[in-house]
Design a protein around this ligand. Structure first.
Ligand SMILES: [Zn+2]
Ligand SMILES: [Zn+2]
Length: 405
């Protein structure tokens, strides 16, 4: 499917993805850092009429183009979505797969439903607010290339900012270092087009802060994604594997869980994602697996975990209404301040609602609301997983509300 490897006309409606705080901030940082680096270079630090200055300028332009190319591809090519209403070819395979009520189809191996994208995403790693899209099968290489190029470009820019400020301040003010002999002849060779003013200094310092911050933050994300690619194990799958080990330990089942998608060598795993064409290997539905595994090794494990979660969850009954606010004012100081640090929505509750909780802190719980018969009518998808539920600590510990356990 070559049309999916670059932005095509059909993707144009995707432009709405830009209208979100993530892309607005990310593109602003790229714009400030690259334009300040170019201005600082050609006006004050390294003018174009020298060979080094020209090479420096071309490199800065190159970083900007490469960064934007990978950024927009990560955003607009997207992770690849499982077709709506998808079914495996073989009817016998239905039993090994979870069903997505929203997409009205089965969840192909390695796919997960993203509530932000509102679709089942191929080899989903996570939903990235900075590209306002998921990081998954199709855009994994673009996304990771962006994570590598942004820190490299920002480091280059940071060097330009530091050198510009250093040379210009050295030129203009005396630090009282008159005894220090530094050869500044290279800088003095030319007369800047305009003096290095206070606003120029402030803008350079601001851009330096952005560049250093980006280098550190995005650089760390690059190492995380390289780990994902070299092991061929997404962040979600690492979590599933962790839970698989937990489950086997808990029930002492003597099973051996082998993660199916790690091809055994880092180079092989790397080549699955990074190809010369830019399109990753595979269709995003069927995957090469470890010789001891089969296509549904992981999905069967997911089904077991889901069943296990149902067994191990605790039933609660809401004792008062809750409107679903992120930081509710009327539920006490602790509940207000200990709100979980996640964008995941909270479930509004009415008195008498039944909740299946899988885990919780003293003030918040994680689980599903069980809808009553009359609420179920007329809705296609009523239980969405992993919401936070609000409770009071004293009621959490009160055995009376566990009567249905
Ligand atoms: Zn779905
Ligand atoms: Zn998403």
């Amino acid at each position: 499917m070559p049309s999916e490897s670059f932005v095509t006309f059909e993707n144009l409606h995707e432009v709405r993805r830009l209208c979100h705080w993530g892309p607005v901030i990310a593109l602003s940082v790229i714009a400030v850092c690259s334009s300040m680096a170019i201005l600082d270079s050609i006006i004050w630090y390294w003018p174009l009429d020298t060979t080094g200055g020209s090479i420096n300028f071309i490199m800065l332009i190159n970083w900007t183009v490469l960064i934007l190319y990978n950024y927009f591809n990560a955003m607009f090519v997207g992770p690849g979505y499982i077709p709506l209403g998808w079914k495996p070819e073989n009817q016998q395979d239905y039993q090994y797969l979870q069903f997505c009520r929203v997409c009205q189809g089965y969840k192909a191996p390695r796919s997960h439903h993203c509530r932000k994208c509102n679709r089942c995403v191929m080899k989903m790693d996570h939903h990235c607010p900075w590209i306002n899209n998921c990081c998954g099968h199709q855009n994994h290489a673009y996304f990771t290339s962006f994570l590598l190029l942004a820190p490299l470009g920002c480091s280059h820019a940071a060097i330009i900012f530091i050198m510009t400020m250093y040379t210009q301040l050295y030129e203009r003010i005396s630090f009282g270092w008159s005894t220090v002999k530094i050869d500044m002849s290279a800088v003095r060779r030319f007369q800047p087009l305009m003096p290095f003013s206070v606003p120029a200094f402030a803008a350079t310092l601001f851009a330096l802060g952005l560049a250093l911050g980006t280098t550190i933050a995005v650089g760390m994300l690059f190492f995380i994604q390289m780990k994902v690619i070299l092991r061929n194990k997404t962040s979600i799958e690492a979590w599933i594997e962790e839970k698989a080990k937990d489950r086997i330990q808990y029930y002492q089942t003597e099973e051996e869980f082998i993660f199916p998608y790690d091809l055994g060598s880092r180079w092989q795993n790397f080549k699955q994602v990074f190809t010369w064409s830019g399109t990753p290997k595979g269709d995003g539905i069927e995957w090469p697996v470890h010789p001891k595994c089969h296509q549904h090794t992981l999905t069967i494990e997911q089904l077991k975990q889901k069943a296990d979660k149902r067994v191990r969850s605790v039933q609660y009954r809401a004792v008062e209404d809750y409107n679903g606010a992120c930081c509710p004012l009327s539920k006490g100081v602790h509940t207000f301040f200990r709100t979980p640090c996640t964008e995941e929505p909270r479930i509004p509750l009415s008195k008498g609602d039944t909740i299946l909780a899988t885990r919780g802190t003293k003030w918040w719980m994680y689980g599903d609301k069980v809808l009553r018969e009359e609420q179920m009518k007329g809705t296609n998808f009523f239980i969405v997983h992993y919401y936070f539920l609000l409770f009071f600590s004293d009621r959490l510990n009160n055995p009376a509300i566990r009567s249905q356990q």
